[in-house]
Design a protein around this ligand. Structure first.
Ligand SMILES: C[S@@+](CC[C@H](N)C(=O)[O-])C[C@H]1O[C@@H](n2cnc3c(N)ncnc32)[C@H](O)[C@@H]1O
Length: 343
């Protein structure tokens, strides 16, 4: 259990935040030009330090970016200043965002949307997605991460309050707050440790995650949709023989939903291959296998079975998939993605 003193400290910070919000003041300091800076709780230099810690490319020209939970809009306007084509989303219309946007002559698009309603069919997909300071405000954090993954093409930055200080653990842990136990605020529901954040991001469909930073109470992860170790050329000794739907045992593949689980039958994988060193890619997106090992049916003992969920955000129609292991890349195998359930 966390100590009473710590709980009190965290509660106090929350009370200050709430007072700040009620007084209608700014959370982000934003440089409006002409020497004007919005009077944010976080100073401009603090905001710039946080921005630097995200390690975004200096030049974002030509990149599309989605800022989920934009609030006053510091990250929207800063990434726009670096050249990105930005879309901002929040579950309400924060007036500060529009005030600052007008002064800055921002071209950023704004959508008033709950994170659960962010769907590729509705707002498209983005090279980069910022999902910062929102996770612990959500009752359904894993569903939200699935939505984030669905609209991410390259990587997402996931930033959250964390509980590692209070619960040292290598195991994934999340704390639940029924009332105002976290920061004295009623809209805080769950806070994970870093291990839990990373595992949830992968489970939501990201191929791999890197820790950008961790302080006593906050952490940011960079969650990628693609593997970074794909071999350049096909190895003739590694061959995908067949791919079936792991739920329905046939060749119909819904692109999402409870039955979109793949079973890949591969020749040439060593018996020592495991899920952490075996890569699956579908339609260009990496995904973690849930199982790598002998097939259930002994007549196929010359093959290895790889089971993996379908990566979120794929288009309907034909997609190519491939696997690799230990520097050996398989052939391309085409499957046809359909809408909805096969039943
Ligand atoms: C703590 S602020 C973070 C602001 C900014 N992203 C940052 O990191 O400084 C959380 C923001 O997420 C928004 N938010 C909370 N729940 C949300 C939801 N379900 N869907 C979309 N936005 C949400 C809030 O309105 C608020 O603007």
């Amino acid at each position: 259990m966390k100590s009473r003193e710590l709980r009190e400290q965290v509660r106090q910070i929350g009370i200050e935040q709430t007072q700040m919000l009620l007084s209608g003041s700014w959370w982000h300091s934003i440089d409006l030009g002409n020497g004007q800076v919005t009077p944010g709780v976080h100073s401009l230099s603090e905001m710039q330090t946080l921005y630097q810690a995200l390690e975004l490319p200096e030049d974002l020209t030509g990149r599309s970016l989605l800022d989920i939970g934009c609030w006053d809009g510091f990250y929207t306007f800063e990434t726009e200043r670096h050249g990105a084509r930005v879309t901002a989303v929040d579950c309400w219309r924060p007036s500060n965002f529009f005030t600052a946007g007008q002064v800055l002559n921002s071209k950023a698009e704004f959508h008033e949307l709950n994170v659960y309603d962010i769907r590729k069919a509705k707002i498209g997909a983005f090279d980069i997605v910022l999902f910062m300071g929102v996770l612990y405000h959500l009752r359904h954090p894993l569903l939200a991460l699935e939505r984030v993954c669905e609209v991410t093409r390259d990587f997402a930055i996931i930033e959250s309050h964390i509980i590692d200080k209070m619960r040292e653990a290598d195991e994934p842990v999340m704390e639940f707050y029924e009332f105002d136990e976290l920061g004295g605020q009623y809209d805080n529901w769950w806070a994970p440790n870093v291990e839990c954040m990373a595992q949830m991001a992968r489970s939501a469909g990201f191929a791999r995650v890197e820790l950008l930073y961790r302080t006593e109470t906050r952490a940011a992860l960079k969650a990628y949709r693609k593997w970074n170790d794909k071999p350049e050329s096909v190895h003739p000794g590694l061959v995908i023989r067949d791919v079936i739907n792991a739920s329905t045992y046939d060749h119909r593949f819904p692109r999402s939903g409870p039955h979109s689980f793949l079973s890949i039958w591969v020749e040439g994988l060593p018996k020592t291959a495991r899920r952490w060193d075996t890569r699956v890619e579908v339609g260009g997106f990496g995904i973690h296998p849930a199982y790598v090992g002998p097939p259930g049916d002994p007549q196929y003992s010359n093959l290895t079975q790889i089971n993996a969920p379908m990566p979120p955000g794929l288009n309907l129609g034909q997609v190519l998939m491939r696997v690799w292991h230990d520097g050996k890349l398989s052939n391309d195998f085409a499957i046809e993605l359909i809408e909805g359930s096969p039943w």
